[in-house]
Design a binder for this molecule. Structure first.
Ligand code: 5GP
Ligand code: MN
Length: 337
């Protein structure tokens, strides 16, 4: 963000305001970690702040400080509309196109309040008055930390803010193992631990609170559902709604499954398809130069990052799989590069 913009934002926040933070559909660890980190920070600045998510998020994220003050648009639309209409400034975190927040997007678009995008996804839409955006950043949580520092307000950091931001960084970097985890990311994580983030507890709360059903569902995926296409260096896992029901599927249960397909030696491109109410939810991951953002945008109405993207399909699950397989030959060169 330009210095002038940053000063303007800081001046705006120098007296108590009515603020709103919104994040993307199906919030993940970075969406909730960055939103609640910013929430706790703005609370310390004496603002009135609300976090609104378009829909619910997995229970492994509901221990984050401030969680009980989050409003879910799909559950309380009237209240959320009222809050959005009253906001003097709207922070849009971890997304950059209003399509990503579903019906909440109409309310945000209708609001006259200036919008602040803080995000690390590719190709931001032009709806923001303030843009704090870096595709090289590991996570939106890391960007929130930088924004707080750039505002000269690092002294306000406390354990609540630090735990939220640490969790956002940890989840979006696959526990600090993706190429996006730079030395700056590690320095930020170290600062957050110094400020009171409990790294081991955050890890346990996120990754060691599986239900037995979820672990068995993973076993089923790996044992029965993983398909490898060696000639395209591609791995695929798919789950039908019935299969998910057999394991008492709960929101968030399939989070990260796609990475197991990518963990097979030689695999460059991994996809996970899951049957949802009316659509097939798609997750794409890659290693190296294969651009899954471009792939998801072109074929599955989605997007994200070059190595991690999502999308959807309105075909049936079988048709989606067949369509996906039919696309592979045209990517053979790129996948084998
Ligand atoms: P996931 O596969 O974990 O759902 O998403 C991977 C990445 O792609 C995340 O950064 C997420 O924000 C982004 N993403 C997921 N689904 C969509 C989508 O439908 N559209 C866009 N633009 N990005 C998505
Ligand atoms: Mn993110």
């Amino acid at each position: 963000m330009q210095k002038k913009q940053l000063t303007k934002l800081k001046t705006f926040l120098s007296k108590p305001r009515n603020l709103l933070i919104v994040t993307h559909w199906s919030p993940d660890g970075d969406a909730m970690g960055s939103s609640l980190g910013l929430y706790n920070f703005l609370k310390k600045l004496q603002h009135k702040v609300t976090v609104i998510t378009p829909n619910d998020y997995p229970p492994f994220l509901n221990w984050l400080p401030g969680n009980k003050n989050v409003r879910i648009f799909s559950q309380e639309p009237a209240l959320c509309k009222k809050i959005t209409a009253k906001a003097e400034l709207i922070f849009c975190l971890d997304f950059n196109s209003l399509k990503r927040i579903d019906k909440l997007g109409d309310e945000v678009a209708a609001s006259k309040a200036p919008k602040v995008i803080v995000d690390h996804h590719l190709q931001p839409d032009g709806f923001a008055h303030y843009l704090y955006h870096d595709v090289k950043s590991s996570s939106t949580a890391e960007l929130i930390y930088s924004l707080i520092c750039e505002m000269g307000l690092k002294k306000l950091m406390n354990a609540d803010i630090a735990n939220c931001l640490y969790t956002g960084i940890m989840t979006d970097t696959g526990s600090f193992r993706f190429p996006s985890a730079t030395s700056k990311t590690h320095r930020t994580a170290a600062d957050l631990i110094d400020a009171g983030a409990n790294n081991s507890e955050a890890y346990n709360r996120i990754f060691d609170t599986n239900s037995a059903d979820r672990v068995k569902l993973l076993g089923f995926c790996l044992g029965e559902k993983l398909k490898i296409f060696p000639e395209y260096r591609t791995g695929l896992i798919s789950l039908s709604g019935d299969e998910m029901q057999q394991f008492n599927y709960r929101k968030g249960d399939t989070e990260g499954f796609v990475n197991y397909a990518l963990s097979v030696s030689g695999i460059r491109f991994a996809v996970f398809f899951a049957e949802r109410d009316e659509i097939i939810k798609c997750s794409f991951r890659s290693k190296g130069s294969f651009d899954v953002n471009a792939f998801a945008r072109k074929h599955f109405e989605g997007g994200g990052h070059a190595n991690a993207s999502g999308g959807m399909s309105k075909r049936t699950l079988d048709q989606t799989i067949a369509y996906f397989i039919s696309l592979l030959p045209s990517y053979s060169k790129k996948l084998n590069k």
